[in-house]
Write a protein that binds this ligand. Structure first.
Ligand code: NZQ
Ligand code: ZN
Length: 382
């Protein structure tokens, strides 16, 4: 196990009817900005519940944050914050709204520089406004981590940042608010959480991280067991609760403690979203089976372990059958696993590989996935 330090300051407020509890979490007298997305919260009652609680505060709204949130949109919210003297932000939505809010609270305190530097140059965030979240989709784990991914529409750059200042103060996880998710988003959420665990678990396995491995397998089992059930019974509370808690734990820092981490699937996926607009999870479902196939030898022990512990696969060709089981699971969740399923083809391989070459990025837990290997991975996924 590698040396590590671990602290996660996010207060989780979990369960049915929990939105009303946020009144106790925001300091009296705060000027609050509520951020949200394209309007799903107005159709499922979450907006009304939130506004009811915020009645005791001076509050403003900033809606229209798009999936794969844009830097350009975030900067409009920063302007509003400065104009109104906002001192607390409440993100109400999925990963996109929470990520956008993390960038907004950091950019609002960035000083005279261009806040894009936080993403493009990994400029240090030294301060941010406090914020909380009401999560509406189980997927990213953004509700309990400090990371965010922001897209600059103008240049098609999708870049990540993270800072100890961008943890939510609290996150409300009420599984009932996810009942209104369309099947596509249920599938996306389960695939995203599954791949988050894989990025931190399915590595070269030289590190002895038994606690984290067992824990990772528990999260994966919950996703494999409950994901398909959520598609069949979208309003079953326990299924939704299990999925919500599993996806939060998939990326709250705990399973990464002392472990090697890959993240190649995500980095390749971000470029596909930036160029072609696919949903985040769709890109992961395409890329992961390719990464597993091309890196099969390096990752063989962990692939075999994943097969045995999560899919019950042992014996002849266990590694290949496990890779197929992962692909089949994504398809079962309604997320297509080949570029052709999204009207794309071999052109993606060149485009993404060239982009990574320009950036000078080499990916993977062994720092050996060159742009040429990325091309090989993507050509397998046509
Ligand atoms: O915008 P609205 O109208 O709210 O609709 C959203 C959106 O269209 C809808 N939705 C959300 N909750 C709903 C709902 N519809 C009905 N009922 C509800 N309860 O779902 C759509 C997708 O929402 P979005 O927030 O984009 O989904 P997700 O949570 O999957 O977030 C994806 C973003 O998070 C980033 C991704 O790159 C992507 O930009 N990620 C963030 C990470 C992090 N911060 O740790 C890690 C991830 O790997 C990921 O990169
Ligand atoms: Zn993800």
């Amino acid at each position: 196990m590698k040396n590590f330090e671990f602290a996660n300051p996010v207060k989780i407020i979990f369960g049915k009817g929990s939105i009303k509890k946020i009144a106790d979490e925001i300091s009296a007298g705060s000027k609050v900005l509520m951020t949200y997305g394209g309007g799903s919260i107005k159709r499922n009652g979450v907006y009304d519940q939130t506004v009811e609680v915020l009645k005791g505060f001076e509050f403003y709204e900033f809606g229209g944050i798009e999936p794969n949130p844009h830097y350009e949109t975030c900067m409009k919210a920063v302007k509003l914050i400065k104009e109104k003297g906002i001192d607390f932000v409440l993100a109400v939505g999925g990963g996109s709204v929470i990520d956008a809010t993390k960038f907004i609270v950091a950019a609002a305190c960035y000083g005279d520089g261009d806040p894009w530097e936080i993403l493009s140059e990994e400029a240090a965030v030294k301060k941010a406004l406090p914020f909380g979240s009401i999560l509406t989709i189980s997927a990213t784990g953004s509700e309990m981590n400090a990371g965010a991914v922001i897209t600059r529409a103008e240049t098609k750059d999708k870049l990540a940042f993270g800072s100890p200042f961008t943890y939510p103060k609290f996150s409300v996880l009420d599984p009932t608010v996810t009942y209104s998710l369309p099947p596509k988003q249920i599938g996306n959420g389960v695939v995203d959480a599954f791949v988050h665990v894989i990025e931190q678990y399915l590595t070269y396995s030289e590190e002895d991280t038994l606690m984290q491995d067992f824990f990772s397998e528990s999260i994966l089992k919950v996703l494999v067991l409950e994901g398909p059930k959520a598609l069949e019974k979208p309003t079953d509370y326990d299924i939704r609760a299990n999925l919500m808690w599993a996806s939060t734990w998939a990326l709250n820092g705990w399973i990464a403690c002392g472990a090697a981490e890959d993240w190649a699937t995500h980095m390749i996926g971000h470029e596909i979203t930036a160029f072609y607009g696919l949903d985040h999870a769709q890109t992961l479902a395409i890329v992961l089976p390719g990464v597993m196939t091309v890196l099969k030898e390096q990752k063989s022990k962990k692939i075999a372990r994943l097969g045995k512990e999560v899919f019950g696969i042992e014996g002849l060709h266990a590694v290949e059958r496990t890779i197929q089981a992962v692909e089949d699971f994504f398809e079962k969740m309604g997320v297509k696993t080949h570029l052709s399923g999204y009207g794309l083809g071999a052109e993606v391989a060149d485009k993404v590989s060239n982009r990574l070459k320009e950036r000078g990025w080499i990916l993977g837990e062994c720092n050996n996935i060159t742009p040429e290997i990325v091309k090989e991975i993507l050509l397998l996924r046509v």
